[in-house]
Ligand binder design. Structure first.
Ligand code: F6R
Length: 371
């Protein structure tokens, strides 16, 4: 049921304040006079010690689910102190990469039925790793065959392009980071800031959804383009990859997410006055580096669209052809949840304006059950 929306993708983008609320329900403890702020993940409680002691945590997934894990990686590294590595399921299988008993392997999948991820799970189980599932589908193969897991509770996702599952996956993995990370004195303020940030997130998402018309106007400008580059780094490298994935899979426009730190190692050669380039430059520890990226792109007359934190337009806009989109600022590790939303809206409007099928892009299936 699409309600008053025209497409499922549109409905699923706009229901993210609610889906995120459901994802967090019953799992965050607000704290009180005697109680500390904390998270409770029932499905993991018997395994937290093993996870903390593992030699590494390896995230395994495909497409959007992989990108969600990439967005959560920095906070998991910071709070757990355990090395975190990333594997695209098919690539792990192609290489038969090493997985061992001391590893915790976390399988991220909206459907819980993706063939590549499922085969990687069988491979990790054979190699003795502790296998954790993060899925949106109760009773799915991945949910049933992992040792333990967390359900993201985002509600059924019908549009082929994953939107609300992505933001719920990031929130679940941020809660996973809090659950694994020890409650040390030195990390207490950071942990509390993240928990407060999680409580406030649905309202920030509601606020950023008001950019709908602005993103539709931007889509009108980009409607006839051949290509769109998206630059991000740090917490928002994943945002660049995921934004580009949305644009290519539904709007059928070439788009590429680029790690901004790699700009000078090749991509800079593409920059001219024609190619549109979106730069994610919200406030975090990488902000000044992103400002310098913007200056260099500008110096080569790049057509820039910059996503920045509210109030920062003047610090990122160098005049001329650049456009600025301001988003509310949240705790750095949660910023990818806010930042992806204008890109979801852009992909959606571009698709409708270009006259393509939003909910059922050509050649794609919601659940990829063959390798
Ligand atoms: C992109 C998209 C795909 C899926 C990928 C994994 O919008 O939907 O990239 O994310 O096929 O699917 P799941 O998460 O079901 O394993």
């Amino acid at each position: 049921n699409k309600g008053h929306y025209e497409h499922y993708m549109q409905k699923e983008i706009h229901e993210q304040p609610e889906s995120l609320t459901t994802t967090m329900r019953g799992r965050l403890i607000r704290g009180g006079s005697s109680k500390a702020k904390t998270v409770l993940l029932g499905g993991l409680k018997d395994h937290l010690k093993t996870i903390r002691r593992s030699r590494r945590i390896v995230f395994i997934g495909c497409g959007t689910s992989y990108n969600a894990a990439l967005a959560a990686r920095p906070i998991l590294e910071e709070l757990s102190g355990v090395p975190v590595t990333m594997e695209i399921a098919s690539d792990l299988l192609d290489r038969q990469g090493p997985i061992c008993r001391e590893d915790t392997a976390v399988f991220v999948s909206q459907s819980g039925e993706t063939a590549d991820t499922l085969h990687a799970l069988q491979y990790a189980l054979e190699n003795g790793a502790l296998c954790v599932g993060i899925t949106n589908t109760v009773g799915s193969e991945i949910a049933r065959n992992t040792d333990c897991g967390i359900h993201i509770n985002a509600g059924a996702e019908i549009g082929v392009a994953s939107t609300k599952a992505y933001t719920s996956q990031i929130v679940v993995m941020a809660m996973l980071a809090l659950a694994i990370g020890g409650d040390t004195i030195s990390s207490q303020a950071r942990r509390e800031a993240i928990i407060d940030g999680l409580f406030g997130l649905p309202n920030k998402v509601r606020e950023v959804l008001k950019l709908d018309q602005e993103m539709k106007d931007l889509a009108k400008l980009l409607i006839a383009e051949q290509s769109l580059l998206v630059f991000g780094r740090g917490y928002n490298y994943a945002t660049a990859l995921e934004g580009a994935l949305k644009v290519k899979e539904v709007a059928l426009m070439h788009s590429e997410g680029i790690l901004a730190g790699e700009m000078k190692h090749g991509p800079l050669a593409l920059v001219d006055e024609n190619l549109p380039i979106l730069v994610i430059a919200t406030r975090d520890s990488c902000f000044s580096k992103q400002q310098s990226v913007i200056q260099q792109l500008h110096a080569r007359r790049g057509r820039l669209i910059v996503i920045c934190s509210k109030g920062d337009a003047a610090s990122v806009c160098l005049g001329g052809s650049s456009r600025v989109i301001e988003v509310p600022q949240v705790e750095d590790c949660l910023q990818p949840v806010v930042n992806i939303i204008p890109l979801q809206l852009l992909a959606y409007h571009l698709t409708v304006l270009r006259g393509f099928n939003v909910d059922q892009p050509r050649n794609l299936a919601k659940s990829v059950t063959t390798e």
